[in-house]
Design a protein around this ligand. Sequence first.
Ligand code: ADP
Ligand code: ZN
Length: 752
Amino acid sequence: MSASELLFDVEPDAAPRRFADVALALPLRTTFTYSLPGTMSAEPGNRVRVPFRGRDLPGVVVALRDDSGAVPIERVRPVRVVLDRDVVMPPALLLLAQRVASDYGCSLGEALDAMLPSVAKQRGVRKLPHVELAVPVDLAHAAVEELEEKHEQRARVLRAVLEWSGPMPTLQLERQTNTSASPWRTLVKHGTLRLVQLDEESEPLEPDTSACGPAPVLNDDQRRAVDAVTAWVDRRAHRVFLLHGVTGSGKTEVYLRILERTRELGRSAIVLVPEISLTPQTVGRFAARFPDVAVLHSGLTGAQRAREWHRLSRGEASIAVGARSALFAPVRDLGLVVIDEEHESSFKQDSTPRYHARETAIARCEIESAVLVLGSATPTLESFGRAKRGAYELLTLPVRAGKGTMPRVLVEDLRKEGKQQAIGGVVISRSLQMQIQERLSTKEQVILFLNRRGFAPVLVCPSCGAAVKCPHCDVSLTWHVRRARLVCHWCQHEKRRPEACGHCSHPRLHELGAGTERVESAVRQLFPAAIVARMDADTMRQRGAHERVLTAFRKGQIDVLIGTQMIAKGHDFPDVTLVGVISADTGLFVPDFRAAERTFQLLFQVAGRTGRGSKPGTVIVQTLCPENYAIAAASGLDYERFVQQELAFRRATGYPPYSRLVRVVFESKRESEAKDAGVALRGGLRELADVEVLGPAPAILAKVQDRHRVHLLLKCFTAASFTVAMQRLATVEDLSTHTLRVTLDVDPMAMM
Ligand code: ADP
Ligand code: ZN
């Protein structure tokens, strides 16, 4: 216990004078009343520790009261300790927590717990457990080979440490390999790995402000947008704006100006950007303009995060820039929230509470009379639909600001390419080859995009047609050449390539389809003199690899960068004049109502990576279905055309923006248990008005990690019917048992 905790501790048997309702971070949909003994005082929004079922648990005071309520006074137990002098959860955030709890079906305590990340609670530098190799590298490699047969998880863990090269945080290791602590502990016990405690990084962050020039003079479209937004910030009134501007149209400059105005008024602001674009450059653009920016994202160490959080809480910083959870930054007098790239799926949290930062931002801005600006080149159908209905005000930036021009887009119909164009299993059309050659000779840069990692997504037997599947999941294993392993992209299971087909013993399996690894090998074969780099989740397993590759590319030390969606977003490379999309079709046939929207967004965003400097850019889109409306509209860089067709489709099928979705997933090792639970729930939902219930049906991924998955989907066509449905479903996760897992997902982003 620290000294500051002791300061507030009081004899528990002093006479109770007042009472506090405390929310605990447990899935219990009720608060608990405790007494405040002696001289102890607390306010709503204070964190406390209280006794609960024989344990000592943290909680947040949500209300004070004069009596003990329904609890007989002699049974009320005292608060043990008040953890802070200042209110860490101002009243507005307490209200917001209530909204999150009711909209997403979690307990108030769980909502508060997510809003107050544990790292923000601590001070000072912590020691963090890391593991490193305790044997020479070649011995470790040999150990991987040996462990693989009998101890696959240990092999996986050891390989990850090898790839990381250096002491690896155990938390990251467990997350990346989808294992518990037990495999690495065993490796430590056997002397293969060594456990070391290292100080976590606590240096303050230095944003990179080098690439930031002086503020440009706004063009007319930008000026109109800035004026429209600041008028509402000045008025201290709530309003939502959708800033629809093509890539490079100067949206960030608009954000900077409205932030400037918000600060002038003495109010605070929050800027949310997708995790993937939280590079030092992005942060640098804000930090170069304003002295008091705080940065919050998961790449920070606990100590760094705590420092930034307290700066905001104390009012030393007035602008929070961060990923999803920065929405809960404890800023004072919030005037403005900006969500950049509002279409990004990373704004949705995929663990409890499963909130969507966009929907939750609307709630926070309503509560605090603040303005919300949603920015994107490819707004979601949800946001565009609401803007069309007049719920949001639409602001448009139709042309690129500064030097950039929109690229020229050429569609390559792969059905017309002869088979002879396939180089090592990858089709690179003649015109794409020629364009790459041209860039290499003029020393301009190329990006090649394919949203699938590994070498080949499937190994099939040419004789009986069987594919090599994951033993735990209902998916095929991806062949990774460099690691020489088959890998499950869902549960991380790995295995060696079988010598022969497991069904008919045919001696040679065929590599079907292509991933980024295969594209890399084809490009090296075609252009042996080019300097080629690949950027995907596999090549980024080494510490710091991400920044190293991006910096080298920006400096012109790489000619061709091949990658997955990691390279599609946010980055600004002025010397890239060619983007090749190896296949536009990878996500098109996924049975998800957002498949077309995702394909359109991704193509539009990759196209935005070129033509950002003074030289014009070219995009080549290879596809087997050029007539598909998402691909055709993306090729014409025509958002309007796409959105008109897509809205018609959504209206006909009753998907968002014409409904709000609620999904319930049942998972069990016994298929019948999952199915029966789905059927039972469905029976109780029959009479809901203005709600369509689909299912129960097997989820798209019908089995993951040996669990069968069944889901139920509700389309709620009115706000009132959503509220009624949520009243019915709020406690559905309580149906979980030790064999059945029930998950409630409101505004689901994935239907897998
Ligand atoms: P977006 O956020 O829409 O992708 P940015 O704000 O990054 O666009 O702007 C793209 C480029 O244009 C940047 O280099 C930026 O400095 C420049 N820029 C923005 N607005 C102007 C302007 N009014 N005049 C000149 N250059 C501008
Ligand atoms: Zn698997």
